[in-house]
Design a protein around this ligand. Structure first.
Ligand SMILES: Nc1ncnc2c1ncn2[C@@H]1O[C@H](COP(=O)(O)OP(=O)(O)OP(=O)(O)O)[C@@H](O)[C@H]1O
Length: 297
C-alpha cells in the first residue's frame, strides 16, 4: 500500500508546476507582445509572401528529416546562414522602417498630460461636426483631401514635412486648404486635438500589396500612416468624390456621414484604461504638489 501511495505522490511531485515568478509573467507578456507585432508587421509587408515561402521550406525540412534525406538536410543546414544574410539584404527597407517606428514610440502616452484638464476627450463635439461637414462638402465638389487625426502616437515627424498652421479647426478652413490650385492643397493636413497643426504634409506610402489597384497614392499614403501610427485618416477622393477612412492599416471605403461621425466619436473618447491612468496620474501629481507645498512652509 505504502509503495502505491509513494508512487502516486512521486507522480504528482513530477507533475507540479515549477516556481512561477512575477518576472516570468512579465516575460511571457513581453514575448506575446513582440510575436504579435512581428506577425502584424509581416502581414502588411512584402515579408508575408516570404513568410509563407519559409513555412513551405520548414514543412519540407520536417518531411526530409522524417524520411532521413541526408543530402537534402545537409543542403538546408548549410544554406540557412546565407538565407539569413539574404533576408537582411532583401528586406533592408522594411527592417529599417520597423526599427525607426520602434524608436519613435512615445514612452508616455498622450493622456498622461502635464496639464490639469479633467476632460476625457481628445477633441470636442464641435470638431467632429466641422470634420464631417468639411469632408462631405469637399466630396460634393470632388475636391481631394487627406486629413490625419493624431491619437496617442506622435505625428510630429510627418507634421514637420509640411507647413505649420496651428489654427482651431473649422469646415471653412479645411475647405479652403484643399481648394485646387492653392499653395496648401497638396499633401495631408495633420490635426491634434481641436487644432490643425500642419498642411501639405508628406505621409509614408503603404507597401501593402493587397490594397486594391484602384487606389492611388492619396489612399495609399492614408493607409501607410495608419500602419505606422494609431492615427485615423479621412480621405476624400478627387476622382470619385467618395469619403474613406484609414485606421490600423485598413481602409474603410465609401463611408456615409453617420459612419464617419461614429468613428470620430470612438476616437474622441479616451479608453477606460487611459481615463483611469489619467485619473491616477492626476492624483499622484496632486499628492506630489501638496508634499512640495508642505515642504516649503
Ligand atoms: N505620400 C503622400 N503624402 C501626402 N499626400 C499625398 C501623398 N501621395 C499623394 N498625395 C496626395 O494625393 C494626390 C494624388 O492623388 P492620386 O490621384 O495619385 O491618388 P488617389 O488615391 O487616386 O486619389 P483620388 O481618388 O483623389 O484621385 C497628390 O496630389 C497629393 O495631394
Amino acid at each position: 500500500m505504502e509503495t502505491i501511495v509513494e508512487t502516486i505522490s512521486d507522480y504528482f511531485t513530477w507533475l507540479t508546476l515549477p516556481a512561477f515568478k512575477f518576472t516570468d509573467v512579465l516575460e511571457i507578456l513581453i514575448l506575446a507582445f513582440l510575436i504579435y507585432n512581428i506577425i502584424k508587421w509581416i502581414k502588411y509587408t512584402r515579408a508575408w509572401t516570404l513568410f509563407k515561402g519559409l513555412l513551405v521550406l520548414l514543412a519540407f525540412s520536417v518531411f526530409s528529416a522524417i524520411m532521413q534525406f541526408d543530402v537534402i538536410l545537409w543542403i538546408i543546414r548549410n544554406t540557412i546562414s546565407v538565407g539569413i544574410i539574404a533576408f537582411v539584404i532583401l528586406f533592408q527597407p522594411e527592417l529599417r522602417r520597423a526599427l525607426e517606428e520602434l524608436g519613435k514610440r512615445n514612452i508616455f502616452p498622450k493622456f498622461i498630460s502635464l496639464t490639469d484638464s479633467d476632460e476625457n476627450d481628445r477633441f470636442s463635439d464641435k470638431t467632429i461636426e466641422e470634420l464631417v461637414k468639411a469632408s462631405f462638402e469637399l466630396a460634393r465638389n470632388k475636391t481631394g483631401a487627406l486629413i490625419v487625426i493624431e491619437k496617442d502616437l506622435s505625428l510630429t515627424e510627418y507634421e514637420k514635412s509640411g507647413i505649420p498652421i496651428d489654427a482651431v479647426v473649422s469646415s471653412q478652413l479645411l475647405i479652403n486648404i484643399f481648394e485646387h490650385n492653392t499653395p496648401l492643397h497638396d499633401g495631408a493636413v495633420i490635426m491634434r486635438g481641436d487644432r490643425i497643426v500642419s498642411a501639405t504634409c508628406y505621409l509614408p506610402l503603404s507597401p501593402n500589396l493587397s490594397l486594391s489597384k484602384e487606389l492611388g497614392t492619396r489612399h495609399r499614403a492614408a493607409v501607410g500612416v495608419s500602419e505606422v501610427t494609431d492615427s485615423l485618416t479621412i480621405i476624400v477622393s478627387e476622382e470619385t468624390g467618395k469619403v474613406s477612412i484609414a485606421q490600423d492599416g485598413r481602409i474603410l471605403r465609401n463611408v456615409d456621414g453617420g459612419r464617419l461621425k461614429s468613428e470620430l466619436v470612438k476616437l474622441q473618447k479616451l479608453d477606460a484604461f487611459a481615463q483611469e491612468t489619467k485619473l491616477k496620474w492626476q492624483k499622484v501629481k496632486k499628492h506630489l504638489f501638496r508634499n512640495k507645498q508642505d515642504g516649503e512652509l
